[in-house]
Design a protein around this ligand. Structure first.
Ligand SMILES: Cc1ncc(COP(=O)(O)O)c(C=O)c1O
Length: 411
């Protein structure tokens, strides 16, 4: 006989917290102190950021890395480097963080949403071509939750239509596609080092690329439009100061040393959860794409079917699971097109989208897979997947417990 649900006053499946995030040690402390004592706090004086750029680019199988202040800026500068101008269209998925689409608005372009695949939550390549127009300049596939998008089909479409591919790899540090790390499989790739991310310095971002042309442009854009051969007060491009500090570079170098092992642990635990949760009625893990050789599991996502849980709404399931000691959330409440910013085209001075596509009404958008995903997804964050096998068994036990006592979810 299983005990009562914790949400109804019964004992929790788990009292112990999951691994906290970020994970750090004397390596980060000493690296930071070294920077403080060096007096070289900005990247133009020190060598921590440059060393990190080289190390991270090499780790991700890319030739060049340009470290910047955050992932949003990385996307914006990559779009500028791609040559996106007023009214140019950029294909983006709607099931993603704001920045994937707002960065397009911020270069005065038009984000054009294309629905996601139900199995992976990544942009659906089969729907991209129908959304292209003569103004389309780029595609931003997001490697959502840490699973590579279908880059073969996406890059083939891009080649056919002369489009730039900018990977949004904010969730995908260490993720591989056909054995190769993501980030420079497309033309450019953007990562975030914000607090929740699998590699973090609190804030930060990087652009990776194999193309010298894009490297040169992004490096200049992030440094006030300067050129390496130019003088200090000489500005060629509409960039700004988006340089990373040496403090961030030092922390990221220390964190990078932990990333490979952490990524392996998350991937192994993700596979284990997939196998174990497949047995629970009404709970469906996302599929792994055929070519996904390593998933970085920034998020572990399952779809919840209320019909299998006596009709209990997802919010009730999430509250019950949290009460059992498994922190979880429902993720994005709506697709980006339904956010007031897009629904009202509240783009402030960035009028490119309004002028170029007055017909494009985000508030009348119809993206059934995204809508369904917003309604049924349950997210677990990456740090849970850094736990032990026993920790994963607690997750499985808690899901089973809530399932078995589903009648008690009714309020
Ligand atoms: C998919 C995705 N893209 C871009 C970003 C933007 O990164 P940042 O918060 O570092 O600006 C995030 C951050 O949450 C993200 O999740």
């Amino acid at each position: 006989m299983t005990s009562a649900l914790a949400i109804a006053g019964g004992p929790k499946v788990r009292e112990k917290p999951f691994p906290a995030w970020p994970i750090y040690g004397t390596e980060e402390e000493e690296a930071l102190l070294e920077v403080v004592r060096s007096g070289k706090w900005g990247r133009l004086a020190g060598d921590r950021v440059r060393t990190f750029e080289e190390a991270f680019a090499a780790y991700q199988d890319a030739r060049h890395g340009i470290a910047v202040t955050n992932g949003t800026v990385a996307l914006r500068l990559a779009l500028l480097a791609a040559g996106v101008e007023e009214g140019d269209e950029v294909i983006v998925p709607p099931y993603t963080f704001l920045a994937t689409a707002s960065a397009v608005v911020e270069v005065n372009g038009t984000p054009v949403f294309v629905d996601i695949e139900p199995d992976t939550c990544n942009i659906d390549p089969a729907k991209i071509e129908a959304a292209l127009t003569p103004r389309t300049r780029a595609i931003i596939p997001v490697h959502f939750a840490g699973q590579a998008a279908d880059l073969e089909r996406i890059t083939a479409i891009a080649r056919r239509h002369n489009l730039v591919v900018i990977e949004d790899a904010a969730h995908a540090h260490g993720a591989t596609y056909r054995g190769r790390k993501v980030g420079a499989i497309g033309d450019m790739g953007c990562f975030s080092f914000q607090s929740s991310k699998n590699l973090t310095a609190g804030e930060g971002g990087v652009i990776l690329t194999n193309a010298e042309h894009y490297e040169r442009l992004c490096r200049s854009l992030h440094n006030c439009g300067r050129l390496p051969e130019g003088i200090w007060y000489e500005h060629h491009l509409i960039g700004g100061n988006y340089r990373m500090t040496e403090f961030q570079g030092a922390v990221l170098l220390a964190q990078l040393a932990r990333l490979e092992e952490q990524t392996r642990t998350r991937d192994a635990n993700g596979r284990y959860l997939n196998a174990r949760l497949a047995e629970v009625p009404g709970i469906r893990s996302l599929a792994r794409g055929r070519d996904v050789t390593r998933h970085s599991y920034h998020l572990y996502i399952v779809r919840y079917d209320p019909a299998a849980f006596s009709g209990a709404p997802r919010a009730r399931f999430l509250a019950a699971l949290s009460a059992e000691g498994i922190p979880c959330s429902g993720g994005y409440p709506v697709g980006l097109y339904a956010q007031p910013l897009f629904a009202n085209r509240n783009f402030g001075p960035f009028g490119g989208a309004r002028r170029a596509r007055p017909d494009l009404r985000y508030d009348r958008a119809d993206f059934p897979v995204c809508e369904q995903t917003c309604a049924e997804a349950c997210w677990l964050s990456q740090s849970l997947l850094l736990g032990t096998r026993e920790d994963m068994d607690d997750i499985v036990r808690a899901v089973w417990k809530v399932y078995e006592q589903r009648e008690d979810l009714k309020t």
